[in-house]
Design a protein around this ligand. Structure first.
Ligand code: ZN
Length: 424
């Protein structure tokens, strides 16, 4: 089923390219007026609007695939959600790659966490160094605009969970210098200095004094603070501490789907007051009411299958985790109802109505989830999102803001905040 859908989207984009090519060939035979009318109608179609926008995805977990599966994302891959070929087909201009250190396998800090983060950063840097025709490393909003203008894809990095700073403030600067431009204090396991939304510790833990100093150091350097995954207490401590706009790189709306990873209305308002942006995740569990309960039932049914695959698999714990994830992905597709990208836009709509058009973006979590919307099944499907936004009445300037403009504004503001803090 998944394959059929991907073929369909590829055929559609192929048909679109063919029709654009036909238009170009026809042009010399037309009168000037006909050509102008034709160009005008093309200029306002969803594909043209999508192509003109600078599309910035704030979160994908693809680097772990590159390390643990040896995936070469410069080829079109038969599985997963992301590679350079599909990114180009989807009109993506900038990708923030998540530098993710799984605490279960690499510790809650210490040398193995540092090594794991450093290897992922090296992989992103190598991508840009070895494929300069496709990728360029970006660290500023101006970089992203320039690279997009040159027809390449900007590669950026965010640390997901502060495990790799290993409770040392100087390591924040180390990662900044390596090109990291956002960090979430915790992933699903709390750190000693910040509570997570994913464990019981986080219910009572916010930021301690060290955690507040980490946020101030990030402000000073010009590294964005990401609240996706942190506990509610940590969220409010970050809002109180940060002098720069605060972002959620991959979350949804808790009023629509009540999971701790989503933001409450009060949190969305507070985030907007900092000038920040909530980037809506594409994961059905956080988007579609009731989907997570159904997923839990399926998880219980497929446990023996998942464990058997893990048992048979060779390799490191991280590689075996990927094997388990593949089984889950296959079984979810078979056993759970498909979810439409309309749900992504429902969450975008809700945020726009609550706090305005300037505070919403996109954070796919591609290659980090075992399910995706049926019509947003890989990065190649991003034009479908633009089509749905336009169908709901969003103007081109609005679409530009949602797809990347808002995040570029925040990046520039965080950079400026850093300059001001340095001058003081
Ligand atoms: Zn995440």
């Amino acid at each position: 089923m998944r394959h059929a859908r991907m073929c369909l989207s590829w055929c559609l984009s192929g048909a679109l390219l063919a029709s654009l090519a036909c238009t170009a060939q026809r042009m010399p035979e037309m009168t000037d007026h006909q050509a102008a009318t034709d160009a005008n109608s093309n200029a306002n179609d969803p594909a043209s609007i999508h192509t003109r926008a600078i599309v910035v995805d704030m979160h994908a977990d693809t680097v772990q695939r590159m390390l643990d599966e040896g995936a070469d994302i410069n080829q079109k891959l038969a599985d997963g959600h992301f590679d350079a070929v599909r990114a180009r087909a989807g009109g993506l201009d900038a990708q923030f790659f998540s530098i993710w250190v799984e605490p279960e396998h690499f510790g809650g800090g210490g040398q193995s966490a540092i090594d794991r983060a450093d290897r992922q950063i090296a992989a992103v840097r190598a991508l840009a160094a070895e494929h300069p025709e496709t990728w360029e490393l970006a660290t500023t909003a101006a970089d992203v605009r320039r690279i997009a203008g040159a027809g390449k894809i900007a590669a950026l990095m965010g640390l997901e969970g502060g495990y790799a700073i290993d409770e040392r403030l100087e390591n924040v600067e180390k990662y900044y210098k390596l090109g990291v431009r956002y960090m979430s204090p915790a992933w699903s396991v709390s750190t000693s200095w910040a509570g997570s939304s994913g464990d019981a510790v986080g219910d009572a833990r916010g930021l301690n004094d060290f955690g507040r100093n980490v946020i101030r150091e990030m402000n000073r350097l010009g590294m964005m603070v990401d609240v996706s995954h942190v506990s509610d207490k940590t969220f409010w401590d970050i809002i109180e501490t940060s002098k720069s706009p605060v972002v959620a790189t991959h979350s949804g709306v808790r009023t629509l789907v009540n999971v701790p990873r989503n933001l409450t209305d009060e949190q969305l308002r507070a985030l907007a007051r900092t000038g920040g942006v909530c980037c809506v995740i594409f994961y059905p569990a956080f988007l579609e009411p009731g989907w997570r309960d159904a997923q839990r039932k399926v998880d219980a049914e497929i446990t023996p299958m998942v464990e058997a695959a893990s048992h048979q698999a060779q390799g490191t714990p991280a590689q075996r985790k990927l094997v388990r994830d593949r089984v889950r992905e296959r079984e979810y597709l078979k056993r759970l109802p498909p979810v439409s990208l309309a749900r992504v836009v429902d969450h975008i709509d809700y945020i726009v109505k609550l706090v305005g058009i300037d505070h919403v973006g996109i954070g796919s979590d591609f290659d980090g989830t075992q399910a995706v919307p049926a019509d947003l099944s890989s990065v190649a499907d991003l034009p479908n999102l633009t089509r749905e936004l336009l169908r709901r009445g969003y103007s081109e300037p609005d679409v530009d803001k949602i797809l990347g403009g808002n995040m570029l504004r925040v990046m520039a503001e965080v950079e400026r905040g850093s300059e001001q803090a340095t001058k003081k």
